[in-house]
Design a protein around this ligand. Sequence first.
Ligand SMILES: [Cu+2]
Length: 109
Amino acid sequence: MRATHRMLLALAGAALAAAPAPLLAAGKTYVVTMKAMAFGPVPAGLRVGDTIVWVNDDFVRHTATAADKSFDVDLQPKARGRTVLTKAGAIPFICRFHPGMKGVLRVAK
Ligand SMILES: [Cu+2]
């Protein structure tokens, strides 16, 4: 093995060891339902690595679109989609078709 390869492997190992636990642990999964032209309650206690399952329980198409473009889930009626939370902070989101539909994901590290 060449020295450069050994160094890369060492760096990769260090990066894995330094990764914060939430990235390695399996996150929790939460459901947010779209119904009657509104997003249902946004779960509290979200953390990086958690998953949001968006469920469109309405009769029209909706999206869950982050203001910062970090996710954009486009759902036909009765469809569902998922977003894995990859960064901490407050992430406002809307439905692109119905801007009155909105919420904020508050994600801790
Ligand atoms: Cu909508």
